[in-house]
Structures are given as C-alpha cells and as structure tokens.
Design a protein around this ligand. Structure first.
Ligand code: ADP
Ligand code: MG
Length: 726
C-alpha cells in the first residue's frame, strides 16, 4: 500500500488539469476543452487514430505513374481558383527535398488555410503525370507534429476544436515525460499480476508510452491490445458486479418446479420439444426455483419456438398459485399470443377451493387498448383477486390500475421495443417487495460477444435450433428498382419470373405477402405508397386474385378483419407495410415479395422473411431492390446467402458497427475508446471470463483496491454507490 500511494492512478490523472503542462496556455486549453480534453487523463486517453511508418515513406522523384504512396512533405505555396461549375480548386505545391509536386483538392476550400507555406504534412495518394510533371489529386492529408521517431502517431482532428495534431503530440510527450519513469512516478497498474502474465499483457507504463510514442508498429499493437483489454475488463466487471449485486439484494419467489400443470402441458403437446427448447426450459426452471429473481434473456431466431418456452415458464408460476403476465409490443402480436396461448392452456384446470368441484379452468385474458371498458373492469378485478392466471397484453399492462394478487412470472416479448423503464414498471407490479421472475425474449439475435456487453447483467438462453420439418426459405434478389413503376427496365425478366412464382404458388393453394416500401418521412406517405402498390397489383400483376391491404392507419377492427380473412385463406395475397414484421403466423403463406428491399436493414428483412417458412411447404422470399452502395449490396446478398439469424447478426455487426447495438444500454461514462465489439470479439469473451474469475475469488474486490477505485471512475455516481459500496 505504501508503494501504491506513490504511483499514479487514473483518478490522479483525472485530477490534474491539462493547463498544468508546459505549453498549454489559456488559448490551447480552450481548444483542448473543445475536444473534451481537460485533464491529463483525458489527454492520455485521447488515442492516436493511426500511425505513419517513416520506413515506408517514398521519395517524390522516384515515383512512377499510378503508384500509391505516403510522402512526408513541406508546403511551398498554395492557391485557389474557381473552376467550371463554380467549384473551388485548391492547388498546393509541396516538396520532400527531392523535387516538387502539385497537389490539387476539389471542393475543399479550407485546404488553403490548412496547408499554408511551411506546414509539414504526410500525404497519401496516387501519382499521375500531366505534361511531364508529377501531380496528385485529393490525397489523404495528416498534419504531423513531432517527427523525431520512425513511427508518427496521428491524432483525431476536428475543425471545430482547432487543435493541431502537432499540439496534441507535444502535450502528450510532455505528459508522458512527467508521468512515466525515469522522470515520472509511473502508473499504478490495477490489473492482477496473474492476468498480466496469463495473457502476456504489457504493463500500464509500457502501454501508455507504446500507444502514443511507439518505436515500432508491433510495440504500438501490444499497447493497444492491453488498453483494449482494460476497457472491456472494466465494462465486464461492472456488468458482472451489477448482476451479482441484484442477486444478493433482491428477494424473489421460489417457484414450484415440475408441478402438475407443467406436466400436463408437456403431455398434451402434439410434438416433441427441440433439444434447444428443453435446455432453455431447464435453465429457466433452475432460475425459477431459486429465491433470487430471474433476469434472463431468451434469444431465438424467428420460428425457433420461443412461445412454448415462455408458456412453460408462466405455468410454473400458476402451478404455485401465482399469476403470470406476458407483454407484447403491438396489438396484433398480443392478440395472436392470446389466441394461441389460450388454445394451449384453457383445457388445463387449476385448484379452486371456492368451487364445488375444487377446480376451475385455467384463465387466460387479454388486456389491450382495444379491450372494452366493461371487460377491462372485470379483468382488473379478477387479476386482483387471483381469478385470472395468465394475462397477455400490450403497454396497457403497465398502467397504474393493473394490480395483481400475486405476480410470479413476467415475460416480455420482442424486448428491443420496450424501454428499460417499461420493463421495470411491469416487474414492479408484484406485491410486498417480492419480485417476479423476468424472462425477456428477442427474435433479433445479436452476436454472442455483443450480447455479453449489452446484456452482460442478464443470463442468456439461446434457441439455436429450429423445430424439425421446416424447409429452408430460398431467397432471390431481383436487381431492379424496387418501386413497381419501372417494370420495363432493368430486371424486368426477373420480375416477371417473380410474379409467376407468386401466381403458381397461389394456384397450388398457398398464400403470399407483398411488403411495400419503407418510407421514413411519414406514416402518411408510407400508407399512400402501400395503397398505390395495392391498386397497381390488383389491376396488374395480381389481377384476378383476392388481394387484401394492411397498414398502420387502419382501425383495429378493419385490421382484424383483414388479418382474419388472410388467416382463413379467403385472401390470397396480403399487401402490407411493416406492420406484419413481428410475430404474424400464417403457416400457409409461402411467398414473400419485399419491394424496395434495399431500404430495410438486415435484421428487419430477416424478421419480415420469417413470416414465411412457417409450415410444411417450401417457401421463397423475393427481395426487389437496387442496392446503391456496397453496404447495401452486402446486406441483400447476406440475406440470399443465409437464413440463420445469428450469422446475419454477425454480418450486420460487421456492416453497421456497434453503435446501434450499444445504444440505450450504455450508461455512465463511455469507456470504449479503443475497443470495438466488432473487431475485438475475442477480447470481449476473454475480459468476461477474467471478470467472472476475479469476482468469484474476491466478490467485493477487497483485495484489489486499485481496480475498485478505477472502476468508480467509469460508473456514474449512483451506480458506483450502488455497486461498489454495498
Ligand atoms: P418464435 O420463436 O418466432 O416466437 P413461435 O413460438 O411462434 O416462434 O413458434 C413458431 C411455430 O413453431 C409455432 O407454430 C409453434 O407451434 C411451432 N413449434 C414450436 N416448437 C415446436 C416444436 N418443438 N416442434 C414443432 N413445432 C414447434
Ligand atoms: Mg414469437
């Protein structure tokens, strides 16, 4: 401990203002503040964006036509002029001592201010010859400061802070000189020795010098690896601590496992469960039997059979004389769950001391905004006295008036549509501080390592297997403009083949969906476009068939009627907006056409496609769209190549990055500066293993005060109090 006090912790660094560094005056401090650099901690975690390796530099005089190269240059002069079309062209003459080079920039007028005479910069681009002179157009430019090393760190730059990369590197050099030995006190390294050794990590002094001022690229990479681990390790420690803290402090119900209702339910199932379903049900049962409230996520692809798992969990509550609630994001879905679950459960009987026979039928009710006020009143009353066993509903379930006699299990379907507060509100409906067990279900798989980060405080069960007998959906991509207007043009033969397929399947007795373009601007335009598509198909490609239209602006009863007609088979085709995205289940539907498919994301296309392939017949999905970007192309191709939701989730993560996945669940200070869920998947898993290992041995981190302190720096105050002082 004596020794430790001498070393610098991140909190110490965070207490030292950058203005204490030599060379940081009022003006520079202001620029730094604009880039959110106020303390030494901020400065030293302002990491280089990339490195320039001077051993890879070229000489202008040696470069041939078409060659690509990095060159360290000094600006000789720059000028700008207007060219045709009113655009601005900036011409900068640079030299590397061997000869001059003319560099031109189009429509980047600010380059004239950036690249003034005498400025040193690293440029990267392709050489061409014009009238015997070398030139380069629109190169990548990095302003460099300190060029003494072989490796030059390039820092992120923004116009608004006015901060020069040269400034940053000299401030960082100064900060390191004063913190790292021999001159400085050195950094406190909170990572247990065993972890350092196990993974061959460099210590923090080496990591800090290595990331900012490496002497070789491998040195920089080793530093990076260590710092990425630190970020992910802190995150995992916080998540695992949060989970364990909840387990230690919350009081839950010990449910009866293997009771008569669950047994009879299993006996009555017309098919065997998949082994994934069996496993998930067992994992849940183990949680339910414990006196600790369950927080479990059930991930499973569309059609994997999550509902049965949910029903088995809810029945465990009813077996013990408690109630269960299932919350779905839309009316359509709630109604569908209600109908399906009712069919499964209402033949079952529950004990009822008040009745002559000692039993009554198990009661499943639906509570939504469309429930009549008389029914509503009755249901609320019966929930309160315990006569309703299972209630299914939408947001209507979290209203104040809804009270339970004893709420034992809560299931939340398609959890990504509900906020954290809504989940908490439903969970809070239990009586007397005993919390119900919570199962959240999602059909939008996220990659395993991403799940560890986003849902690291939940337990996760995965249904990674579809029930047998499903024929995989064959997906085609028709490269044509997705709106129907240009049928004559590109892809028209393929479009004809597509409509022929639709008609053939319908004449074989099957049904089809046509999904109309997603329009971001407004629901009104989206509906108009759906109506237009509907009319056009009725009188064109699908003339003579029974076609229905479904969109978000229809009234509840209108929507019900259309859905019901489609379900009964009296409609051949359902033209619909994305309202059919979640959960609609019509096994006889075997073709889906998605118009303007390039406007949808991977996850959404996968969800939509999941509406077909639900029965015994082979299904096809036609994606119509003209991808205008390489990402768009990769998205549609991914759908053609795979029907596996987890695989698609990986592709999605690759294409979109993690921003969208992290989204709302990011709390406190965002600590991921170097780490990426996409590129550092193995490290995420490693960090989680190490976090669990450490907390198993030392639950309160009493033996690791430095780590505990550091963790506190990254949590917001409330959470730090909650997790670290408990
Ligand atoms: P999802 O996971 O998308 O919510 P569902 O629970 O709606 O999937 O199930 C999709 C379909 O598969 C339903 O019609 C359901 O009855 C059926 N199903 C579920 N489990 C099995 C099984 N083990 N064997 C056969 N069919 C099953
Ligand atoms: Mg479902």
């Amino acid at each position: 401990m004596e020794l430790m006090a001498d070393l610098l912790s991140l909190a110490d660094l965070n207490a030292i203002a950058v203005s204490q560094l030599v060379g940081v005056g009022e003006k520079k401090a202001k620029s730094l503040a604009k880039a959110e650099i106020e303390t030494l901690f901020d400065l030293l975690t302002f990491y280089p964006r990339r490195y320039l390796d001077r051993t890879k530099e070229s000489r202008i005089a040696d470069m041939a036509e078409g060659e690509e190269a990095s060159i360290l240059v000094t600006v000789v002069r720059s000028s700008s002029r207007r060219v045709r079309g009113g655009r601005v062209m900036v011409t900068v003459t640079v030299t590397d001592g061997s000869t001059n080079l003319d560099v031109s920039f189009f429509n980047q007028a600010w380059r004239e201010r950036q690249l003034t005479a005498g400025t040193e910069a690293m440029i990267f681009g392709k050489i061409s010859f014009f009238r015997g002179k070398r030139q380069m157009a629109n190169p990548v430019v990095d302003l460099v400061g300190d060029k003494t090393g072989t490796i030059i760190a390039v820092y992120p730059q923004s116009d608004k802070s006015g901060l020069q990369t040269g400034d940053v590197s000299s401030f960082v050099a100064e900060a390191l000189r004063r913190t790292v030995p021999p001159k400085g006190r050195g950094f406190l390294d909170p990572l247990p020795m065993a972890v350092l050794d196990r993974h061959d990590f460099v210590d923090r002094n080496a990591a800090m010098s290595g990331i900012h001022r490496p002497e070789s690229i491998p040195e920089a990479m080793a530093a990076r690896r260590r710092l990425i681990f630190d970020e992910l390790f802190r995150m995992q420690l916080a998540l695992v601590l949060r989970k364990r803290h909840m387990e230690a402090t919350e009081v839950g119900m010990e449910h009866l496992i293997g009771g008569p209702l669950v047994r009879r339910f299993h006996e009555r199932l017309p098919f065997p469960l998949t082994s994934a379903q069996v496993r998930a049900i067992e994992e849940i049962a183990t949680d339910l039997a414990r006196p600790i409230p369950m927080h479990r996520l059930l991930q499973g692809d569309v059609g994997a059979g999550k509902t049965l798992v949910a029903v088995a969990s809810m029945l465990a509550a009813v077996d013990g004389g408690h109630q269960a609630a299932l919350m779905a994001p839309t009316e359509v879905l709630a109604e569908q769950h209600h109908a399906g679950i009712r069919r499964l459960l209402e033949p079952l009987e529950v004990p009822d001391p008040g009745s002559l026979l000692g039993d009554r039928p198990l009661k499943v009710e639906l509570l939504s905004n469309r429930t009549s006020s008389a029914d509503r009143k009755r249901i609320l009353n019966e929930l309160l006295v315990g006569q309703v066993d299972v209630v299914i509903g939408t947001h209507a379930l979290i209203q104040d008036k809804v009270r339970f006699s004893s709420l034992g299990v809560v299931v939340i379907d398609e959890q990504h549509r509900f906020g954290v507060e809504q989940r908490a509100a439903l969970r809070g409906k239990s009586a007397d501080g005993v919390l119900p067990d919570v199962l959240v279900m999602t059909a939008t798989p996220i990659p395993r390592t991403a799940a560890m980060t986003v849902y690291g405080d939940l337990d996760v069960s995965v249904l990674d297997e579809l029930p047998p007998g499903r024929t995989p959906i064959v997906t085609h991509w028709v490269k044509a403009p997705g709106s129907l207007d240009i049928v004559e043009g590109a892809g028209s033969a393929a479009l004809e083949a597509m409509w022929r397929d639709v008609r053939t399947q319908i004449s074989d007795g099957r049904q089809a969906y046509v999904v109309t373009p997603l329009i971001d601007e407004s629901e009104k335009i989206e509906v108009a476009s759906a109506e237009e598509t509907f009319e056009r198909l009725m009188f064109g490609e699908l003339a003579g068939l029974n076609v229905g239209l479904l969109h978000g602006r229809l009234s509840g009863p209108e929507r019900d009627e259309t859905m019901e007609r489609f379900r009964r088979g009296s409609l051949d085709v359902l033209v619909a907006t994305t309202v059919i995205e979640v959960g609609v289940d019509v096994p006889n539907a075997t073709v889906m056409v998605i118009l303007d498919a390039d406007r949808f994301g991977i996850a959404q296309l996968h969800q939509l496609r999941g509406r077909v392939g639900r029965g015994e017949h082979a299904s096809t999905c036609w994606l119509v769209g003209d991808a205008t970007t390489s990402d768009g192309e990769a998205r549609l191709q991914a759908l053609v190549d795979s029907t596996d939701g987890f695989e698609l989730a990986e592709v999605d993560l690759d294409l979109r990055g993690e921003g969208t996945i992290l989204g709302e669940r990011q709390k406190g200070r965002n600590d991921l500066r170097l780490a990426s869920l996409r590129n550092d998947r193995e490290v995420v898993a490693l960090a989680r293993r190490e976090a669990i290992h450490l907390l198993d041995a030392d639950p309160g981190l009493a033996g690791h005060p430095a780590l505990l302190e550091e963790l506190g720096l990254f949590l917001d105050e409330a959470e730090a109090d909650f997790l670290l002082k408990g």
